[in-house]
Design a protein around this ligand. Sequence first.
Ligand SMILES: [Fe+2]
Length: 343
Amino acid sequence: MIFEQIASGGCQSYLLGCADSHAAIVIDPNQLQTDYYLGLAARDSIRIRYVLDTHTHADHFSAAKELGRALGVPVVTHRLSPAPYADFRLADGEILKVGNLRLKALHTPGHTKDSMCVVMEDRVFTGDTLLIGATGRTDLPTGDPDALYDSLFNTLLKLDPALKVYPAHDYKGRSHSTIGDEIATNPRLQKRERAEFIDMMTHLNLAAPTHLTEALRTNMSGGRTIAQLLSDAAAHVPFVAMGELAERVKKNDLGLVLLDVREKDAFAAGHIPGAQHLPRGQLELRVNKELPDPTQRILVCCEFGQISTLAAATLRELGYGQAAALDGGVKAWRDSGLPVNAL
Ligand SMILES: [Fe+2]
């Protein structure tokens, strides 16, 4: 068996391959590690055949769709997953063959309705159903402590105590434990009566995960994250350093069109000397009039350097082949004590 555990922040994902056939699967891929999975597969001469999400993640951005589409392979989820890009849905007890490996899906709702654990030989990938020394929370959309009780005490914990537990999260740098260790030491599993377990789970008072709304939006719909949108735009745009622009301003000869795409009030309150104003929201409507020469060198700036990246990408799409974005924004410019003009 080929096995790699990839930790990213508190998230754990797994690359699992058959040593005979060199077919592999990625479990709970994270967008931050997409290139790494592909690199590992290339290093070990294996072919990723499936991408699997154990459940709809609310706290990180799943790379399942991106990776599945890039490789032309199925995205595997539980049957109840809302993700429209899931194209291979497993029911409880069904087995997925990856080369000579057999992965068995166990439906374990509770953390989410579509949670599943995946058993493979000596190990079980528990998603967020069971973590090392904890369980997944049940207070996020489709969570249900009553269902989690059954998934744990009547399904997962009845498996072989020697099975290794590989969760979707660990915030303390641990790699795995075993079912037996968890039964013995996991504080949440000491509440063995249904009522006391449910009472504990409903009174955890956990803070909402960062990016909850965006993670649910993108993981449930297959839509893109803001970071993806920005990085896709940045991949097609050259950047100009603030120091270079400062030199041009100092010489009083910009030698390019400096386009400030912030709103009217922000521009009036203070802009880089020589800047021309065209708000991002009106860019496409006014571009023909304001920027008649598509061969002009255009440098786009905004407050923080992100909207300007999107605007420069749009300009390039429109045929302004010399559009670039300022590396940084007007805020950083001001904070560095560089000159600004007000209207
Ligand atoms: Fe989760």
